[in-house]
Design a protein around this ligand. Structure first.
Ligand code: NDP
Length: 460
């Protein structure tokens, strides 16, 4: 790993050794949590110039405090399947940091979910939420429940049981969950219903990503994918480039991918590939989004079925091969660590110009290194995919004002937020001596606001 910033001055040497020391403690105290270590390292490696310039953050032990969640809740989720058998899953909510607002972050239902994954997502969420400029703290949750192949009745019984316990720990001013992998409109609907029943009150702002008929915000469904593309647009504009006429590869075919494909296509790009967890499709004519939406959102089928309707398209088993398709812009929008250094090198040798993360932590640390060393425009997740949580915060604002804004109004705000995130990241990177490095810029810009709030609020 070489993205760690070199010691340019005596102050950065002191800062680097402080950071290393804290990182060693993180590893020891959170043994066997490799995803969490990876997320912490990615952020820590950017922060030496901050501690060199503001040693008071070391005196206030900001790093030691920020890596320790304020609260971790782990609970049993029993439910009855369609055969009458009792199943048991594990539920998680990590309330990481509330220095700048109530905890905010999605719920993930996927068999791979464990404490390390929820902690990595929650930790990233602190700085992401700070970058949006809105008053929201960082949290994340989920379960190792696998929604794939479950009936609607099973999904409902599971989500109701999950909410039975989670409801004790959340609230519009306490902690506001949303969706993530495996949690979409259906699951949010069931969870909101159960929360309302338990509380006996209509607290619309307790969850975001709600349906439009009961407190949801227009543009929330599209927000993460659209936001990623707006972010790429800003990056391209700065280099005199454009989406128009470019070839794009998007991994995944879920919420983020679908709306990234949608907006990139609207802006004149040709998106030639997308995937699911079994394999990927390549369509030289450009992906037909209506087919993908129907297959994945309505029929809940595999992406392989796409080729039955589009005969020039190919389906290839396995996920990483998608990165061998030559493209100008790559948007990993599926899951963590989906691009390793080998895939990164392939993308670079095929002439990729920009790689921007729609998923959380889709690039390994070594892959990021490859992109940065080869001067590829690289947009890190916590900046590029912040549009989803930003519009969630707008949903909270509409809920407390008991108002609904128009689609165009929310979309305009989203575009402005993505522009601000980009510009603030660029500015921070420059100010701290790493011009053009958005990894460093986003980490620093996000960190400063939270660190200042923590210092001001005393030792808590
Ligand atoms: P969805 O559940 O809607 O979709 C996930 C997609 O990724 C599915 O198509 C899934 O395939 C696919 N997938 C999962 N694992 C792999 C894999 N190993 N290789 C290829 N494809 C895979 O989730 P979202 O779109 O909501 O989330 C995607 C990513 O974006 C996650 O990292 C999430 O944390 C992040 N994110 C989401 C936000 C949101 O607003 N939804 C906000 C910010 C970040 P299959 O159908 O087989 O399961």
């Amino acid at each position: 790993m070489t993205t760690i910033l070199e010691s340019k001055t005596a102050e950065t040497t002191i800062a680097n050794s402080y950071i290393n020391e804290v990182f060693e403690t993180v590893k020891k105290r959170n043994a066997n949590e490799s995803e969490f270590h990876q997320a912490v390292k990615e952020i820590f490696d950017s922060l030496a110039p901050v501690f060199a310039k503001h040693p008071q953050y070391m005196e206030h032990s900001i790093l030691e405090r920020i890596v320790e969640p304020e609260r971790i809740i782990i609970f049993r989720v029993p439910w009855v399947d369609d055969n009458g058998k009792v199943q048991v899953n594990r539920g998680f909510r990590v309330q990481f940091n509330s220095a700048i607002g109530p905890y905010k972050g999605g719920l993930r239902f996927h068999p791979s979910v464990n404490l390390s994954i929820i902690k990595f997502l929650g930790f990233e969420q602190i700085l992401k939420n700070s970058l949006t400029g809105q008053p929201i703290g960082g949290g994340k949750g989920g379960s190792d429940f696998d929604p794939k192949g479950k009936s609607d009745g099973e999904i409902m019984r599971f989500t109701q049981s999950f909410m039975m316990e989670l409801s004790r720990h959340i609230g519009p001013d306490i902690d506001v969950p949303a969706g993530d992998i495996g949690v979409g409109a259906r699951e949010i609907g069931y969870m909101f219903g159960q929360y309302r029943r338990i509380r006996g009150a209509y607290e619309a702002g307790v969850l975001t990503g709600k349906g439009l008929g009961y407190g949801g915000s227009l543009t929330r469904t599209e927000a993460t994918g659209y936001g990623v593309v707006y972010f790429v647009q800003e990056m391209l504009k700065d280099k005199g480039l454009d989406f128009k006429g470019s070839t794009v590869v998007v991994s995944g075919s879920g919420n983020v991918s679908i709306y990234a494909i949608d907006k990139a296509t609207q802006l004149g790009a040709k998106v030639v590939a997308c995937s699911d967890s079994n394999g990927y499709i390549y369509d030289p004519n450009g992906i037909n989004l209506e087919t993908v939406k129907r297959l994945k959102e309505v029929e809940r089928k595999r992406i392989s079925e796409y080729v039955n309707e589009h005969h020039e398209a190919l389906y290839i088993e396995g996920c990483s091969g998608i990165w061998s398709i030559p493209c100008d812009i790559a948007l990993p929008c599926a899951t963590q660590n989906e691009i390793d250094s080998t895939s990164a090198k392939t993308l670079v040798s095929n002439g990729v110009k920009a790689v921007v993360e729609g998923a959380n932590m889709p690039s390994t640390l070594d892959a990021i290194d490859v992109f940065l060393k080869n001067n590829i425009l690289f947009g890190p997740a916590k900046a590029a995919n912040a549009g989803g949580v930003a519009v969630s915060a707008l949903e909270m604002a509409q809920n407390s004002a008991r108002l609904s804004w128009k689609f165009e109004e929310v979309d305009e705000k989203l575009q402005q937020i993505m522009k601000n995130i980009y510009q603030n990241s660029v500015k921070a990177a420059e100010e701290y001596g790493y011009p053009g490095n958005l990894v460093v810029g986003a980490n620093i810009a996000g960190f400063l606001k939270v660190a200042n709030a923590m210092v001001t609020q005393g030792v808590i």
